[in-house]
Design a protein around this ligand. Structure first.
Ligand SMILES: Cc1cc2nc3c(=O)[nH]c(=O)nc-3n(C[C@H](O)[C@H](O)[C@H](O)COP(=O)(O)O)c2cc1C
Length: 229
């Protein structure tokens, strides 16, 4: 297989929802995971765990939860309507791809669940007074940045799959029924899932990924002054 350049990978790693049922060699999954763990994590805690689900019954259990959650999310999408920046065709493609996945996610040969183990916060009285006085703000801050130590790894997984000729995407609907997912996977009380990623050989083609241009989404120095670089 020819190597894919980093920028080519970023510009073509679109969400691939249609995957072949053919098994993916464990060595390739190990390479994907080895790329995942190169990602940064807060305080270099590396408090991640990756559950690789290949067992068919387990995949279908997870697929049923994903389906149930997606039925609800679909109602929200329908009520929200098409975002202005997507053409009718792009929106219809997104919706069709999304609904295909509701029925087929469990058929992907691998379901990968990137997880984080919750980090213990120190007791309030172990802290200097001025920090202890603001401890509630620190706890809220921890909650706000909860996923930020796993999503860089998720992006590495997406790019590694692209480089290795595999298809994947990030999905999160299952988190609506996180407890059911945690029971299926027998996760300990302090471990939570942050994504459900089907992985397999793609039926469709890679990118290019279409996005709103930089000129629309970047400001210089403060809100409102367009980035013109
Ligand atoms: C946080 C997040 C959650 C997502 N959850 C889902 C999901 O539950 N189901 C799904 O089909 N796609 C999901 N996606 C994929 C997006 O729909 C996809 O990345 C976006 O439409 C861009 O697709 P493209 O790269 O093919 O252009 C999610 C993406 C992100 C970043």
């Amino acid at each position: 297989m020819t190597e894919v350049g980093l920028f080519e990978a970023m510009y073509t790693a679109r969400a691939l929802r249609r995957l072949k049922p053919d098994p993916v060699p464990d060595e390739l999954i190990t390479r994907v995971l080895d790329a995942a763990i190169r990602a940064p994590s807060g305080g270099n805690a590396q408090n991640w765990v990756f559950i690789v689900v290949r067992d068919e019954a387990q995949r279908h259990r997870l697929g049923a939860v994903y389906r149930k959650a997606s039925d609800e999310v679909a109602e929200i999408y329908a009520a929200r309507g098409r975002p202005a920046h997507l053409t009718d065709e792009q929106y219809q493609r997104l919706m069709a791809g999304g609904s295909y996945l509701w029925d087929h996610i469990g058929d992907a040969p691998v379901l990968l669940l990137p997880c984080l183990r919750k980090r213990e916060m120190p007791p309030r009285d172990a802290l200097p007074d001025e920090v202890a006085a603001r401890y509630d703000a620190h706890l809220i801050h921890q909650e706000k940045i909860r996923g930020s130590s796993i999503y860089p790894a998720v992006q590495n997984i997406i790019l590694a799959c692209r480089a290795l000729g595999l298809g994947t995407l990030i999905t999160t609907n299952h988190i609506l029924y996180e407890d059911e997912v945690r029971a299926i996977l027998r996760l300990p009380d302090d471990v939570f899932t942050f994504a459900l990623m089907p992985i397999g050989y793609p039926l469709g083609r890679y990118g290019p990924v279409a996005r709103r241009p930089v000129s629309e989404v970047a400001f210089a120095d403060r809100w409102g002054d367009r980035w013109s670089g």
